[in-house]
Design a protein. Sequence first.
Length: 537
Amino acid sequence: MSAGTDGLRGVVLAVMVTAGLPMTVTADEVEELSQRIGQTVGAFEAAALYLDACAERDPEGVQARRDLVAAWRHDNDFGDYSRVMTGIGARIPELEAQIGPQRSALATEIARELDAAPQTCGKFAEVLAADQFDVKSSVRRLMSLTRALDIAVPDVPDIVPATRTVEETQILPLAALSARIEAKMAEIGSKAGARELRGLRAAREAHAEDWLEADGVQVLYGRVTGEDELREWREDMQSSFAVRCSSFSEAAHEARMESAIGRDMVVVGTSRSVSDGMEGGVVRLDRCSLFTVAETARPMVEEEDSAGLMIRPLEFDEAFAGPNAGIALDDVDRVIYDARFDNRLDGFGNGYVDRQEDIYVLLDDGSAYLHEWSFPFTDLDVALSRQREPGRWFTWQADGDSVRLTMSGGWQAGTETLVEGAQRLVPFTHATLDGAYDYLQIGMGGSRQDRRYAFSRDGALTYSRSGFVAGNVGTSYIIVSGSEDPATEARYRIEDFALIIDVDGTSERRFFALPASADDTQPDTVLIEGTAYWLDD
């Protein structure tokens, strides 16, 4: 047995296996099998012992360490390790007699290490990052060796979906399903940990998928929010998980879902996968069928499900308070525009532009708002926005020529962002301008989007948009014509940060601004709906 405290290293157990192996086994195979067992058992046992020992010394860090171990186990094929050691233990029963005493000695050694260096518990990620804990290849090699040595390893158990009679079937609201899924995933690790640890997120997803598969056919209630999606709405809240249909039982149900957007319905299907997102997640179903509650003639499950609810993001009509009913210009210190346009290549060699544009409204009271709506921020329902989109609100401080933003709400509350080199935006001081402004975006896969606003000084406006795809896909080069909207003739005027467009008796307000450095008469760049357009010379 070897260990080291200074390097926070793992432990390799010293084992020697001979009995129970085929007569044809070679000395090299015995040595390698013994070595691989020592490496893998030592690592998995040490991780568990560290976890227990640190729980006594640093109880506040228990969940964080539990998350780290769950992610590490997933990344190192703990399921395969458990199965292969079951097979080896059955074939070589005396192995435990060798491992047991070393496990006890290892526990004593780890306790001694932590007594001497208690800060180790707070640096548990460093412990698991040591080379001795990188045992995925050893687990895979053990699987190969057991096959070569004719050691039977149990198969992954088949999951047999539960079956229910019609009388036993109830409709489960999506909020209740969301609460159940989160409780099931919490058996593996926390939501907060999964945001940081990809392995933990994958382990949580796999655990939830197994549970859902065993639960059988799902009968779920929610609002149809897309042509293949449902999510339960409860006033200002929504289920944290959405359901998306990967396939339908028949075309009629697919068509029915497309026509049922905005209605509360019941979807029936079998679980395909679970995706654990930064907030909430997605359950994908196969062979979906869609019904009204009355058509199912089944009762609704009633249970505490508040853990399955999250804030429902604002819809456009909720966020729009009306002309100048939002943030008052007198309360604004400045408006800044943080933009990055990076040229990149996709996986097929097509060039595209990674376009990132953010507009922040900095207020005199020290708060700031990330404005992403198409209408001007002066039309925003501020109270609803603070309640329903807390992740867009910050506090701000000037930091030299930069601005330091601290997120006020949402799951990232307290996160700081330093905005450097942002341009200040100002309103256009004239009611009209003269010039045509273009937007061009080349996306991944050779997709292209074109938009154009042609302004006349007399208040006439023509705007249009089009798109197509031309690029490499695999070994082929494709050209696909996209949609092209007919040019729209309208009247317009500009008031502060609002571009007001009048078409056929209806009026629409769009965010409009220009960089403070631009020519106020005919700027070379304007911002429309948060996106840069450039003057066509």
